[in-house]
Design a protein. Sequence first.
Length: 278
Amino acid sequence: MNRRSLFLPLALVVGYAFLYAPIVTLIVYSFNKSKLVTVWAGFSTQWYAALLQNDQILQAAWISLRIAAFNATVAVALGTIAGFVLARFRRFRGRTLFTGMITAPLVMPEVITGLSLLLLFVAMEALFGWPSGRGFTTILIAHITFSMAYVAVIVQARLSDMDTSIEEAALDLGAKPAKIFFVVTLPIIAPALIAGWLLSFTMSLDDLVIASFVAGPGSSTLPMVIFSKVRLGVSPEINALATILVAIVAVGTIIAGVVMARQRRLRERDLQMAAADR
């Protein structure tokens, strides 16, 4: 019995150590004074200063952040509509085709997605003259294509588990369907929207394969620049950049968790007040 009780904590410790030990090592060596990333020569922040003077990395980071932010916002808007349709309209003509088109990017290999989008953009440029070359716009469209599918699945799952009695009560009180959606439904599924936005932002920020197909000159994203540099050897600047990205993701996750927990407490309080009024 004791062996069984010790196995689970030990397995968790080993598993988390296997996942996070490389990240911790990377963060520690980002403060290494030596150019050799495997030799500790003392504490220093010189590589962070050198990173801020690297125009190539800064430009790629700015492009990636803009693409990720626009992609997450548009993906949440379109994915919410798609998830709402899948969750609330059980039967309509073409539902099977619509479901397949929404879920296809989830199971499609990234190489196939990137190649198909590249061929699409080339054909559209030949027929309509747009987009003129590959760059920011084509990367953004490509990222929205697969990010929207993840948001749709998250929103559909949340709406499927949602209690519709509140919406039915609003209908009985004479509220319009549009007002019910924005006033009642959206606040309830807000945690799912935040989760979808963060997921879309993160996936866009770390995408390499699809962006490599649809990017053009002067539009290299941060993962593309990092990959090109790592092929020549890992430098301390890359460690510093990775540490900054880890810090940004950690702060964003903490903020999202606090917001979602606050909304959950407010929703529970409202439900308790509604139950007390009855």
